[in-house]
Design a binder for this molecule. Structure first.
Ligand code: GLY
Length: 379
């Protein structure tokens, strides 16, 4: 963070780093070889790798461990992250279960490993995943298709976050095909999912023969035309990632627009992220994962704007993290999960206060480390 922090903010940041270190260290000792997903009332009920090894979130725990390895140098995190990375190998054989989220799965495991250690096998895993993602590109509509089954025309805002592995593959192999696909997808997202007011649809369904827009259903949001907050944070962070790799101004402009929309909505609600910004007043449903992802994106935007623009993004990220620490975080080292009030989707029957989701904890940790200049850019 470049700007000046008040004494209280400095103290908060020092304390939160100590809390993150203690919590993740205790969790890592408890979790062992398992892959965590959702903690309910302070406990991960199962090894999600055994339940469903192709699940899209299975790389985040490794990502969190690599961030902690980078920040602290503690070898135990490296050893443990590699266990997840090796377990994911099986999914390459079970190809049918994989979809657009191969970026999330292998950026955080294999590519993070390769970037930090230069491991050759990890490079191959990342390269393999990039090829799988590139293979999902629809050349008739210029988009990477989401999910599997009868959804050939589906494109979702979340997929912007998976483009990192394509940019990485081009940077590493000097083969421009991967980045070209990423840019074409990002441009279609700008045109067909992202809205003019800085908000975003979750899903756009197109005619897979020509890319004509057929529908924009609610997806994980409240209803059609609403504003699912995690989707907004995927847009915010996703576009700035495309800018970071391409330096194409339209992606920076879109990320800033998404950021301004996100900040304005959070300012209305004491900087706590509702699950959908256009939901009815009752029930009040939060999604902490959206706030954590957006905070990372805001801090990333701050790196790419002139000095006088930085405070808007940095201070908003800080406000979100401080508000969520107070309202949502569980720092009891005997219990699993950091960031509670996560929500998988608006219409889920779960009571959101009860669960923490692994990607929420990942983004919260990434944001705290970024404030301290201790993160590494996994994207
Ligand atoms: N990418 C799926 C989700 O955000 O829930």
């Amino acid at each position: 963070m470049s700007g000046n922090l008040s004494k209280d903010e400095v103290k908060w940041l020092e304390d939160i780093y100590e809390k993150v270190k203690k919590k993740v260290s205790a969790e890592s000792d408890r979790i062992g070889e398992a892959i965590p997903y959702i903690a309910i009332n302070g406990k991960y009920p199962e090894d999600h790798g055994t339940r469903e090894i192709e699940w899209w979130t299975n790389g985040f725990w490794a990502g969190l461990l690599w961030q902690m390895y980078h920040a602290t140098g503690d070898e135990k995190y490296k050893v443990q992250a590699r266990i997840t990375e090796e377990r994911l190998d099986r999914t390459f054989d079970e190809f049918e279960g994989l979809y657009h989220d191969v970026g999330f799965m292998w950026m955080h495991s294999a590519v993070a490993d390769y970037r930090l250690t230069g491991d050759k096998k990890s490079f191959s895993r990342g390269h393999h995943a990039a090829n799988l993602l590139a293979g999902r590109f629809n050349i008739l509509g210029n988009y990477i298709r989401a999910w599997n089954g009868d959804m050939a025309g589906w494109m979702i805002i979340d997929c912007l976050m998976n483009l990192s592995i394509l940019y990485w593959a081009s940077e590493e192999t000097k083969d421009p095909r991967f980045a070209a696909i990423a840019k074409r997808h990002a441009d279609t997202a700008l045109e067909k999912i992202f809205r003019k007011d800085g908000s975003s649809n979750h899903i756009t369904i197109m005619n897979p023969e020509n890319g004509d827009v057929l529908d924009t259903p609610a997806g994980q949001g409240c209803k059609k035309g609403s504003s699912w907050s995690r989707g907004q944070s995927w847009a915010l962070y996703g576009f700035i990632i495309s800018y970071a790799h391409t330096k194409e101004e339209r992606y920076l402009d879109a990320a800033k627009q998404a950021a301004h929309y996100f900040i304005a909505n959070l300012a209305l609600n004491d900087y706590l992220p509702l699950c959908d910004f256009r939901a009815p007043k009752e029930p009040v449903l939060y999604d902490s994962t959206a706030g954590a992802c957006a905070a990372c994106g805001l801090l990333e935007i701050a790196k790419h704007v002139p000095e006088e623009e930085k405070p808007l993004y940095e201070r908003s990220a800080l406000k979100i993290l401080m508000a969520m620490d107070k309202a949502f975080c569980n720092w009891n080292v005997e219990e699993d999960g950091i960031l509670y009030y996560g929500r998988t989707d608006y219409n889920s029957p779960a009571k959101d206060e009860e669960i923490s989701i692994i990607y929420g904890d990942y983004f919260f940790t990434e944001a705290v480390l970024r404030l301290l200049n201790k993160d590494f850019f996994i994207w």
